[in-house]
Design a protein around this ligand. Sequence first.
Ligand SMILES: C[S@@+](CC[C@H](N)C(=O)[O-])C[C@H]1O[C@@H](n2cnc3c(N)ncnc32)[C@H](O)[C@@H]1O
Length: 274
Amino acid sequence: MSLKKILKERLPLSDEELSKIRRGFEIIGDVVIVDIPDEVYNLKDEIVKAILEKHKHVKTVLRKVGEVSGDYRVAKYEVIYGGETETVVKEHGCKFLLDPTKVYYSVKLSGERERIFKSVKPNERVLVMFAGVGPFAITIAKKSKAREVVGIELNPVAVNYFRKNVELNKVKDIVKVYEGDVREIVPKLDGYFDRILMPSPNNAMEFADVASLKTKKGTIIHYYTFAGVEEEKNLIKKVEEIFSPYLNCKGIFMRRCGNFAPYVYRYVVDLVVL
Ligand SMILES: C[S@@+](CC[C@H](N)C(=O)[O-])C[C@H]1O[C@@H](n2cnc3c(N)ncnc32)[C@H](O)[C@@H]1O
């Protein structure tokens, strides 16, 4: 249920106040992240109360006070209820330990993760660049018959959780975790991959060259990017062009997989290496 709807039921709010409240809130394990604009900050306690009534397991409520930013893609938060920010998220039968105030994680990508692990064929070798706490790598390892999944992550706190999550989900025979910059690590990896994920929509294009180094004929690349709806029509072509100095490849699929801002979405474009 949306926050707007919950508050409308509880409080005599004016249309103006209601229009300031963003529709959703994100539940990450037992931590809730909510967007409360300054204009309705006075409703903070009511908002917390409404959330706790609907979601009794919640132990901490965070108010987002800064957008996702920096290399590690972490937003800034203010604790408005509780305090413990480390939590365990369940997704597709896997468990992810993480602290959303220190690492990137989005529940909203769960559907995309399902699409990916369902596409992985038996015996594939998969590379997950920008692996975070491991949700793509671990769901692939657990839910497909991939032979090997290599994950690379720069944020040391995320790498620490990634390693713990590999243990927690009992996939250490399949998943290899590397800490560092994909630009330095990818060229040193042995061999080639059947599938490469590039889930860094703000700057994946800067890494098309390194990803290309580890492809072979038939490799599938899942390329993520933010784009405005007006770019959608030409997006596959644009992504093919990004790779064209390094690879002969063809776009085979595209879809929206998340909303970033009004009329701006996260897109995934799948490419096959020819
Ligand atoms: C948008 S997040 C995606 C994380 C994860 N794939 C997920 O879906 O939860 C991008 C991740 O890339 C990491 N990152 C940023 N630059 C990197 C680089 N040059 N090499 C490796 N990881 C990087 C960030 O720390 C962040 O965890």
